[in-house]
Design a protein around this ligand. Structure first.
Ligand SMILES: Nc1nc2ncc(COP(=O)(O)OP(=O)(O)O)nc2c(=O)[nH]1
Length: 272
């Protein structure tokens, strides 16, 4: 079943690459860009083969300072306007309903919410659109999530949360064909939790919606490789490949070109 994403029907017969476009001064990786630089970066990711562009104006990394609605709008809207008419869907990475609405009006056709549309008015902000929704599991919030993540059974608990959010989305009349689920690597998880989720990612297919995995340049890659955040391309490409091998249909990455190449090899091996 394709992913309905505004005027786009995304073919999921091959894994899709979501390119990260951070318009933030403080993202854990590749932040520090203003709108012009972010727009140029987005165009570069398009050239590298991104299937979706995910524009974010607020860092979601552990301990990140929150950003006002207006500040977030001031960051993302110029980039979305500059990308209007792009040949791929534009996604807005936000948890604020007002930013969702404004981004959809500015041409976004996907809303990526690390808070899984739990804010008051979040589902209402997207229901009337035909945008896709990505719902992520997070334990705690940016300030608390990495202090001491604890689960009885991380897969079962993440699965139950996502199942519950999908159920609520459907109650709002949002069709499953618009929904993407994301276990939230690094969002209130230890390294062991992340590895368990990656090993058992296939089980999330029971949710009946595409799975998105965001592992790119995250601290788990740093711990496993001993590399600093700007030296994690190879580890991140390996992680994206493993996520796809374990059932992810979309991978959210900083390094589009390397990921696209790796997935071309994977796809040929699997299907040619
Ligand atoms: N669906 C989804 N969205 C996400 N948004 C932000 C980040 C954090 O990564 P990044 O955007 O590079 O960092 P920052 O939030 O500091 O800008 N990770 C995910 C993720 O894993 N899945």
């Amino acid at each position: 079943m394709p992913l309905h994403c505004g005027q786009f029907q995304l073919d999921l017969s091959r894994p899709l690459v979501m390119g990260i476009v951070n318009v933030t001064p403080d993202s854990f990786s590749d932040g520090g860009r203003g709108a012009d630089a972010a727009l140029n970066h987005a165009l570069q990711l398009l050239d590298e083969g991104a299937d979706i562009l995910d524009v974010g104006g607020e860092s979601t990394r552990p301990g990140a300072a929150s950003v006002s609605e207006q500040e977030e709008l001031d960051r993302v809207l110029p980039v979305l306007e500059g990308l209007r008419g792009a040949p791929v869907p534009l996604s807005i990475d936000t948890s604020k309903p007002a930013v969702m609405r404004a981004a959809l009006a500015a041409g976004a056709s996907m809303v990526n919410d690390v808070n899984a549309f739990q804010a008051d008015g979040a589902f209402e902000a997207v229901v009337a659109s035909d945008a896709a929704l990505c719902m992520l599991h997070r334990q705690g919030d940016a300030q608390t999530m990495q202090q001491q993540p604890v689960y009885e059974d991380v897969v079962a608990e993440v699965m139950a949360f996502l199942h519950g959010r999908i159920k609520v989305a459907k109650q709002f009349g949002i069709s499953p064909g618009r929904i993407v689920a994301d276990p939230g690597f690094g969002f209130g998880k230890t390294l062991e939790h992340n590895l368990t989720l990656l090993r058992e990612l296939d089980t999330f297919s029971c949710l009946g919606v595409p799975v998105l995995a965001g592992l790119s340049r995250k601290s788990m890659i740093g711990v496993l490789t001993g590399r600093g955040v700007d030296q994690r391309v190879f580890g991140s490409v390996a992680a994206a490949l493993l996520a796809v091998e374990h059932g992810a249909q979309i991978v959210r990455v900083h390094d589009v070109s390397g990921t696209v190449d790796a997935l071309k090899v994977w796809h040929a091996l699997r299907y040619q």
